[in-house]
Every structure is written in C-alpha cells, then in structure tokens.
Ligand binder design. Sequence first.
Ligand code: NOJ
Length: 756
Amino acid sequence: MRWTTISFLLFLMACKTYTNTSNVNREQPMSTIDKKIDALLAKMTLTEKVGQMIQYNGFYDATGPQPRGGDAARKYEHLRSGKVGSMLNVRGVDQVRAVQEIAVEETRLGIPLIIGFDVIHGYETQSPIPLAEAASWDLDAIENSAKVAAAEAAAAGINWTFAPMVDITRDARWGRVMEGAGEDPYYGSLVAAARVKGFQGDDLAQPNTIAACAKHFAGYGWSESGREYNTVDVGTSTLYNMILPPFKAAKDAGVKTFMNSFNDLNGIPATGDEFLLRDILKGAWKFDGFVVSDWDSIGEMYEHGYAANDAEAAMFAANAGCDMDMESYTYVEHLENLVNEGKVNEAHIDEAVRRILRVKFELGLFDDPYKYCSKEREQTIIGHESHHEAVLDLAKKSIVLLKNERSLLPLKDNDSYLVIGQLAEDKTSPLGSWRLAAKDNTAVSVLEGIENVSGKPALFKKGVQLTTDKATFVYPVPINTTDRKDFAEAIKAAKNVDKVVMVLGEHGFQSGESRSRTRIGLPGLQQELLEEIYKVNKNIILVLMNGRPLTIDWAAEHVPSILETWHLGSQSGNAIAEVLFGKYNPSGKLPMSFPRHVGQVPIYYNQKRTGRPDQKDGNVFFSHYSDEENTALYPFGHGLSYTWFEYRNLRVEVLGKTEVKVTVDLQNMGGLDGEEVAQLYIRDVAASVIRPKKELKGFQKVFLKAGEAKKLEFTLTENELGFFDNRGNFKVEPGEFHLKVGGSSENGIWSGFHLD
Ligand code: NOJ
C-alpha cells in the first residue's frame, strides 16, 4: 500500500523541477523492447507519432456522445495515413482484422492498432456486475471471471479492456456504483489487483490475455451528489487514503494502462491534471504503461471552463501526461501544431508514443498483428461451457442473504409458492448495463432457473389455475409503469400459496453509466405491489435484482426474507434458484452499505468520528438526524447464511513495532455446511490525522462443515497499520488500537493492542 515516503515539500519540488518527460526508469539496462521502440521511434515523423496517440470509435457501439468537433467521417482516411493508434468498439474477428489490415498493410510503418473495448464483467458470457462480484469476497473467483472475460474478448479480436473500474464508491445515487468493488479501499485494492491479474495473466503475449485499464483516475466515485459527471472536491486525507489505494494496487499488479476521469478534482479536470498524472502516477509510482483519456474528456475541458478552446485542451492534456485521446478529436486536430508552435514539448510526444508502443510490443502485436483474429478461436472459445460454469460459480457466491426470519428460505419440498414480478422472466436485465457484446435475452431468467433446479416445469401463463402441486406461477407485474392491471390477479393468487417469491428491483439500465437516481427505492409500482401482496400473504421472499444499494426500509421491517441478487449475468436464474432451493448456501457479504433513507447518502462504514458522536444528558447537540438513525440499514460486510457462525477466543499478540498477530476461533454452529467471510477491523484510537471508526484490514472466506471449528490467523503489518497523512507520507503511529473480528462491519468481538 505504501507508495511514497517522501515529504510533500520534496514532492512539490519534484513537480516543479520536472523536465524529463519520461519517468520510465532509464537507468536499467535497455530491454529488447526498449531497443525496438527506440529504433521505431527514430523512423517516425511527428504526424505518425501523434497518430499513435489517437483513438477512434469504430462501427458498432457508441459508448459516449457524438464528439463536438472533429470529423468522424475522416477516420478511415486517418487510419490509412498512419494517424490512428487505436480503435475502440470494433469487435469480432472480421471487423478487427479489417481495421488492422489497413493499419498494418496500408500505412508507411505498418504499426498495428491496439483494440480497446469495455469488457467490464464478461464479453459475451456475462459475469455478475462488478459490485456483485465484489460481494463474493472470493478473490480467486473474481480473478477467474476476468480471465474468462479476457479469453472471450481476445478471441473476438480485442486486446485491451477498459476495466477494472477501481473507483471507490459511497453514494448509491451514482449509477456507476455497479461497476466498482464498493466502498472500502482495502478490499477495493485487493479486488483491483485480482481483476488486473485475471485480464492480463502472467504473460500478456498469450493469445487469451488482454491489457487492462485502471479507471477512472481519479476521484470519479466522489461525483458530488451522486450526479453523473459532476464535480469532485475532496481533501488530501480522502484522496490518499480512500481514492488512490486501489489505483496503486492496480499499478502494482502490473496494469498496463490507466484512464482519466471525466470529473475535475479540486478545480482541475483530471484529464489535464499534472499532479495526478505526472507527479503521482508517472512520477512517484513509476507507472510505465500509458494513459488514455475518457471519451472526449480532453475536449470536455472546454466545457469545464478550464481550456479556452480545443487546442488549449489538447495542450493541457498532453502536457499533463494524457497519452491517448479517446474520441475528442483534439489531438488529431491540434497536437502537431502545438508541438510546432512550441506549446507542447516533443519530448512529451515521444514519451507518450514510447508508452503506447511498449504495450503493443508486450501484447505481441508486432510479432503478429492478427494474433487475436483467429476465426477458429472465435468460434470455439466464445460462450464455452467452462465459461458458463465459471460465471455460475461466481453468481452463486455473489448473492447476499440480507434477512431470513423464521427460516423462510430455503424453500422446502412441500412449499407451494408463487413468483411475482416482471424481472422474474427477464432474460436481459441480469446481463447488467455493460453488456455490449452479450446478446439480449440470453441470461437464464429466475423462472428458467427455478425450472432447471427444481426439475418441475413452471406454469408461466397468466391466468393458469393454481393447483396444489407446488406450481410456480408468475405474474409479470411491470416495474416501471402506472399499469396496475395485473395487481388484482396476483393478489388473489398470493392468498392461496405458502410463500410468495417477489422478484423486484431495477432493470438492467436503471444503474450504470449516466443512470444516477435521486430516489433509490424500488422503481415504479413495485413498492406498492409489495405492500399489497403483504396484506394477503406475509410469507414473502423478496429477491432483489439491482445494480446499487436500494432503500428498502419498509421491506427490511416487514418482509421476512430478502435475497440480494444484483444483476448476476448469463447464469443468473440458475444461481438464484440454487440459493432459493438450498442447493447453495449463500455466502456473500455486502461490499457497500445499504442506506435506510436516501438522505443518509453518502453512507459508509469507515466514517471518521465526530467531536459529538453520542447523546449526552438527553440533549440534541450531537451528530445525528432528528428523523432517522445514523446507521446503515444493512452495513458493509453484512450477509447471512442458512447456517450461523460464532467467533470466540480473540487473541492479539504484538510481535514488533509494526507486526501484530491475531487469532480467533470460528465455528459453524448450525446444521448445514457453509462459508463465512471473517472480517478484521482496526481502529487507531488517536492519530495525527483522524482515522475512521473502523477500517477493514483483513478477511478470510472460510468453508466449515456443520459443527466444524477452525482457528483463523491474521497478520497485520505496516501496510495494514499505517495511513497517509495530509502530505502524502505513509506512517505507522505508536499508540492504542482497537481491533474487531466478526461477520460484518457492525458485528464481532473486540480486543485491542498497543504499538510502542
Ligand atoms: C466512457 C466511460 O466513462 C468509460 O468508462 C468507458 O470505458 C468509455 N466511455 C469507453 O466506452
């Protein structure tokens, strides 16, 4: 976690005296790749160099607005004249080969394109959305999911994914919380590293691995009010301790590229922020890959009110260290002139091109530009059975049992039950909102899953007489309209069954990019429907399908069983049904707190303490709301199982100045085998910069047979015990620490230790 120990003053001096634009460590003996890059660079004209820094959108999918300037129609002309280094949204072997052939065979130097695509949670075979994956707390499975995604994307001609998104997110109003690992920087860092390893493997030159991209650098998760693309204002403590660690972890895991973020960070658009890009990323962290802008984020510096025009935007971006322009057309229009006018140093251009070429060399594109273009691989690898097995495995692990009163779940053999809700039949929403290459209507729906797992055909047709033979019967009451026409029939049917499974939540595009919401309850008529059904049958199992924490306070109070199933990808219904029928014992834990009310947002477990944390003398002068509790409805780390676990005998041993050993006994107390995520939190009681009330610093996902006990051991070192001060120095301070191990951020047994 530690990336710099230099003081802020030295840091600033380093910024000021920065002249050599290449921070790549040149003292090392030159690698073969460096020699090749030098040789190629020597042959390149300025136009060709700038060309490497330009990325155009391809033919299929627009993942951003139409560019304001530039001339998209000229992209083929530019491709032919060596003015394009990369394309995005070109997919499929034929399409990729077509553009690659132009780059390789028709341009003077034949430099291959790097082909980027948003492979966020799968290519065609979809994994759970990243927030759901994070709920598994299974780093191997998360890595494997990225590996599967990389294999499919690589088989479709793609060699670079714009993932993982490693933005820490605390505001459920922001639609993109679905794309990250949630609210915790420690866990988020581990997930970031796992995803990078999964995409890139050990050897980027293999045909089934692709370059990854840590995004969005930096601060995007802090978009004010959760409103998409909004401004970001954060203090240094938050920047160093919350926002940057997962990026550093991605860098340490060898991520090849970074992407800028749309937001300004404390008044400077991230795309033009020298502090972020040159001082931290390429300077202190010695990142030697390249940085791509986000979609038109260079051009948007004009809209931000930072650049007076597009030329100035290009100048700021290039000088700050943004190596590649995605879709703003400002580099293609202005960069060469800016160099000729002396406004951008050609050394910056050389540096950017070196970085881009290095990744292309590492991918093996110079050895074989068509290595990702095998029709045979495309046909055999995409949608492979083993990929479906992998995403099913992760989908099951990602489900979180939020509540289960009276052991309503799992469904028992003699239960009769009814399924209500349009999402139960939906074969597209479970694919999530980043599903460009997945085919609509291909996810296993909840109803199909129920059929597959129970072995009984579901009676789907509305109006079918409910029989006593435990029929599954769905009323697809719509989620987003004012249409109550199916209410009466659903209510009538609900009266005659033991249990009602209500599949409610968000459709696939109610979360994701550009889907911020101010009301984060169940959309449409779903809350009303839930309450109406409850009036006639209290045995409701609420299956939530959504991309963000929702405000479900009414359900939490009334509904006995709640299962959080997110958008679980291609195998969604099978995974949900396995949990409903008890074939899989749920083991997921929330990576993000669920608020009681949207007014609490941003709400997160690792809050700082305030000067007035508690009520004294019955007065009102303490930090609270007068109409709502401070706590989350379901906190970070929460998740139940069909069995239950007990923590005992917490022992803490200080082994040195910065080494602490922790042991605890964990026992499965129920009658079923199950898995528990044992979480360790610390609290630095008094520090030179206030530390959060608690911070996750370790976890283990442990399988225990019914009745089985295990001793768990954790070691805390400098990385876990320290923090960044407001000048970016990492330090461990002596003093008192509290420590807790338990099954969520709210539960557990406490102990403590003292560091001398
Ligand atoms: C905009 C998004 O912010 C980014 O994450 C994505 O990779 C690009 N569009 C490309 O689609």
